[in-house]
Design a protein around this ligand. Structure first.
Ligand code: COA
Length: 188
């Protein structure tokens, strides 16, 4: 019902528990890309667990502590973006993302994240938007860079995942930086 155009036939929309079947089918296509980096697809293995994951975010949204949105390309769910953490009182949030292979390389996540950051900064008064990624996840790190975030530091071997310990990068953009960058990007 509520749709934000990302251009080129792509749309950002709410992704809710009633869409669990569509989400699971998409996740089955996305696993190969997502599993090496984050346990997100692994949390949706079948219909009950896919619904439970979406319900967790519906509950977070109701509590104003997180949000989840899907990205549809020409009517097919190909990925999504989320506020993994949303601390309205503190003014801090963290954005995450995923795609299936057919959605990669088109700028969909970068464009979707811009919408999320605009909303977080302009509507919700967030001061700090974070991005956390394994140093080895170069595509994810490239998104943070493309968004104009600053690489604030590396938590060495902080991320234990699938039997290995990965360096974890913290990137962030602050509200005044976001507004200034947007101002610079406006056509004059
Ligand atoms: C991380 C992930 C979402 C990045 O996907 P992505 O397609 O590289 O990112 P974007 O959607 O922003 O697209 C950027 C690409 O589209 C290209 N592009 C095309 N049009 C574009 C546009 N209008 N704007 C920006 N980029 C555009 C860019 O050049 C870039 O391609 P390149 O890397 O070949 O140079 C994806 O690799 C993924 O899902 N990985 C698995 C899950 C994961 O790691 N999640 C993050 C956990 S921290």
């Amino acid at each position: 019902m509520f749709t934000v155009s990302l251009g080129d036939g792509a749309e950002l929309r709410p992704l809710e528990p009633w869409q669990a079947e569509e989400f699971l089918t998409h996740m089955d296509r996305a696993r190969a890309l997502v599993d090496p980096w984050i346990p997100f697809a692994a949390a949706a293995q079948d219909l009950p667990s896919a619904r439970a994951l979406l319900q967790r975010y519906a509950d977070k949204q109701a509590a104003d502590t997180g949000r989840l949105y899907g990205i549809w390309l020409d009517g097919t769910l190909v990925g999504g973006v989320l506020f993994r953490i949303f601390e309205a009182d503190a003014g801090n949030c963290e954005i995450g993302c995923w795609l299936e292979a057919s959605g990669e390389g088109r700028g969909l996540v970068t464009r979707a994240c811009r919408k999320l950051i605009d909303w977080a900064v302009d509507v919700r008064g967030m001061h700090r938007v974070e991005w956390v990624a394994s140093s080895a996840n170069t595509r994810s790190v490239a998104v943070a860079e493309r968004l104009g975030m600053t690489r604030e530091g590396v938590l060495r071997e902080a991320y234990a995942y699938r039997g290995a310990r990965h360096d974890q990068e913290i990137w962030a953009v602050l509200a005044p930086e976001w507004r200034a960058a947007r101002e610079r990007a406006l056509p004059r």
